[in-house]
Every structure is written in C-alpha cells, then in structure tokens.
Design a protein. Structure first.
Length: 278
C-alpha cells in the first residue's frame, strides 16, 4: 500500500491511501452514492501474513487491526485471503478510540463478511464490557448461524436485545462467507435496528427479528459508551471460542444506511471498495 499526499497552495492537506494493483483487482469499485457515508474502519484482510490488518478507511485515524488467528487463502469472500478463528483468544482487535464510541443516540452501521460453523455464539463485531461492568456497549453475534444484536447500558436494566425468529436467515455453513450488515438509527429502541443478511432485510416489523430476553428498555439517557477495545470474531467480554472468520469488514459512525445503500453494499455478494462512501 502507498499513500499520495494532496496539497493546496503547497500545503499538505491530507493523504489518500492507495490499494496495490492486486487489491484493486479483487475488490469491486463503484460509483459513490453518498460521499458522507465514509467508514471509520475498512478492513480487507488481504495481508495473508503477519499480526496486523490494515485499516483502509480515510477517516483521518488509522484503526489497524491486531489479528490473532490463521490467515486463509482457501476460504474468503474476495481477494486473496481472510482471517479465520478456531481457538479461544482468536480475534481481530482495534484499540479503544472515540471513533468507536457510539452513544445511544448515535446512528451507526457495521458490515462484515463472516463465516461460522458454530452452534453457539460467534462475534461479528463486539465492543462490550465484561459481565462485572454490566456488559455495557454494542455487540453483534451469529448465534447458531443467526444474527443476534445487543445494545446495553446495564444488562438486566436498560437494554435493547434483538433475537432471530423462525423467519430469520441462517448462515451457518462450513467454509462460506456471508454478508452481515446491522444498522441503527439512534432512536433508542428495537424498531431502530435493521439487519441485512446476504441482502435480505431483517427487522422487528417484518417478523425476521424479535425483542429478546434483555428487553427493549433504552432511553436517551442510557449510557452505552465504554473503554474496551473493539473486536471482530470474538466477544470482548469473554474472548471466547470462535469457529469462523472475518473478511471485508467496515464500521460507520453517524451513518444509518438506507435500503438502497444496503443493496449497493451487498452488491450481489461481491465486496466493494467503501473507503469514500456508499
């Protein structure tokens, strides 16, 4: 990867990261619909070696991920590689940062190509605290292959918990990556969440999600911000066993994507370059 400095009147304004030729070949480029919808994290998992995966977002802060797992060239959503998890402690981790702190009234979106063969929980994106601290924060899991969502002030207190229904899409499939998107509009309630699983819309309203045992009890005064690191593939609280993987993943702050943007992002299962928007 290289960076090109842009200058105005001889003064460097910012740098644009450039993908290598290989990376450009393996990630579909597209015409941007909304340049304001640029992510704070964008990972391609193309490195295929080492303990770091590059953040290609143009947010102004590099959120490179520390990886603990196994690089795979056999199982991937696109490109030449992905990161697979098969043991306790495997994950891709970002250090805690203000970019990753989302208040209960902050819209946000997570997109990841995830793989799972687990009959239990596999983390898609998790930034929640330990049980001793009330599990505060957001968490998106695949539970037996179906999406489950948490946004928690204190578990057992102010919580929004969404679970799959009999109509939900199941993505438990050995060696296959599926596209998982969860977007939240900042409304503090379950109706504000939408998931797209391989492009299929899941909401409480359409019966593909339901309010779970934690309830739907957040309000504008709820505090879901914490000081823990963010992880793809593992639960921040437990660092638990994962049987799956991550590829082509991104996070947006202050962005609640539309159905049209979700369709662009899914792109019939071909990952796209989202550095500058959707």
């Amino acid at each position: 990867m290289s960076a090109v400095a842009l200058k105005r009147n001889g003064v460097e304004c910012y740098k644009i990261k450039k993908f290598s030729g290989v990376e450009k070949q393996n990630i579909a480029l597209h015409g941007h619909v909304d340049n304001s919808a640029a992510p704070v994290i964008f990972l391609t998992f193309e490195e295929n070696s080492g303990s770091t995966t590059e953040d290609y977002s143009e947010s102004g802060t590099d959120h490179d991920g520390d990886v603990v797992g196994t690089w795979s060239t056999t199982y991937k959503a696109a490109g030449s590689a992905s990161m697979t998890y098969g043991s306790t402690g495997h994950h891709t981790e970002h250090s805690d940062h203000a970019d990753l702190d989302w208040s209960v009234t902050t819209p946000w979106t997570i997109s990841s190509y995830s793989a799972t063969v687990s009959t239990s929980y596999v983390g898609v994106y998790v930034k929640r605290d330990t049980s001793g601290n009330g599990y505060t924060g957001p968490a998106i899991f695949l539970n037996d292959g179906e999406v489950e969502i948490y946004l928690v002030d204190t578990w057992g207190g102010e919580t929004c918990h969404l679970v799959p229904t009999s109509s939900s899409t199941n993505v438990k499939e050995a060696g296959v990556y599926h596209h998982i998107v969860v977007t939240y509009d900042g409304s503090t309630n379950a109706a504000g969440f939408t998931a797209y699983i391989d492009g299929v819309k899941h909401t409480v309203a359409n019966g593909k999600l339901a309010v779970g045992g934690g309830g739907d009890t957040l309000d504008s005064d709820s505090n879901v911000v914490n000081n823990v690191d963010a992880r793809w593939g593992a639960d921040t609280a437990t660092n638990g066993l994962q049987s799956g993987g991550s590829d082509q993943s991104a996070a947006w702050k202050n962005v609640n994507i539309t159905d049209a943007q979700a369709a662009i992002l899914y792109n019939s299962g071909t990952p796209i370059d989202v550095r500058r928007g959707l």
